[in-house]
Design a protein around this ligand. Structure first.
Ligand SMILES: Nc1ncnc2c1ncn2[C@@H]1O[C@H](COP(=O)(O)OP(=O)(O)OP(=O)(O)O)[C@@H](O)[C@H]1O
Ligand SMILES: [Mg+2]
Length: 250
């Protein structure tokens, strides 16, 4: 299933402070977009606005043409959001989690038995389906939630800092799975992260945010060329990150 994401002049204010302002971007199906920015830049706020968990103070968000504020149910049916601190219902097993998520989104038990368990296995949890999530490690919880998200085959996959606390194998697995969602299912994937090498390796496109504003939007090569037009290959993504975010602080 392919999906698009369009943000049009989106802003969100907390009391008298704007956390996000004047954000416009159009993300394509079949692409993985990395979302970069220092702590407090506004990444999580933006993702929650897209996920329909926060209401924009101004502007609109469309997911595959559906206005999130106008039709939140239809929008939420098309997206999966994996938050930075993955909450799992600890009293459920992974298999029960799949049934619970399927039930929330009107999917049949058959989908759990076929796609759901298959996704758990792809995320390295074969044999652990009937263990309580309470007994899962951080990385295993994250993978169980991702498997539940993938089971739904969302058009838009929002994932907030998926690499935190994962071992090298866990990171590699997530990179592969995000590529697969984009390439095989045509999903639009937006991933926030502080791990710049992952962005370089995985992402088709990069958004850089600071102080609630979008500072750059393009391929990693485009961003390198912003910093050094003559010899972009000499520039690391870290150079780009600091050049953009330090300039904005002035
Ligand atoms: N519930 C809230 N009430 C008030 N201010 C908030 C709230 N949530 C976030 N903010 C503010 O909004 C701004 C953006 O925060 P946000 O969590 O979106 O940043 P982030 O880019 O995700 O940062 P990090 O990399 O640390 O996760 C910050 O100034 C933060 O203090
Ligand atoms: Mg955040």
């Amino acid at each position: 299933m392919s999906g698009s994401l369009v943000l049009d002049d989106v802003g969100r204010r907390y009391a008298d402070r704007w956390a996000v302002r004047h954000v416009s971007a159009a993300l394509q199906p079949g692409q993985v977009t990395g979302f970069l920015g220092p702590n407090g830049a506004g990444k999580t706020t933006t993702m929650k606005l897209v996920a329909g968990l926060l209401v924009p103070t101004e502007g609109t968000v469309h997911i595959s043409g559906v206005d999130v504020a106008q039709d939140p149910e239809a929008a939420k049916a098309r997206l999966a959001y994996v938050p930075d601190r993955p909450y799992v219902p600890e009293r459920l097993t992974a298999r029960e989690l799949l049934h619970y998520v399927a039930g929330l989104f009107g999917l049949s038990g058959e989908v759990v038995r076929t796609r759901g368990l298959d996704e758990l296995a792809r995320f390295g949890l074969a044999g652990r389906e009937d263990d309580l999530l309470r007994t899962y490690s951080h990385g295993m919880r994250q993978r169980a939630l991702l498997a539940a998200s993938f089971m739904r085959q969302p058009e838009l996959l929002l994932i907030d800092e998926p690499m935190v606390g994962l071992d090298p194998e866990g990171r590699r697995l997530i990179k592969r799975m995000l590529r697969r969602a984009a390439e095989e299912q045509g999903a639009c994937v937006l991933m926030s992260t502080h791990t710049l090498d992952v962005v370089d390796e995985l992402c088709d496109r990069v958004l850089v945010m600071n102080h609630g504003r979008l500072l750059a939007d393009g391929t990693a090569a485009d961003l390198r060329a912003l910093v050094n037009t003559e010899r972009p290959a000499d520039v690391t993504l870290e150079d780009v990150f600091f050049a953009l975010t330090e300039a904005a602080a002035d």
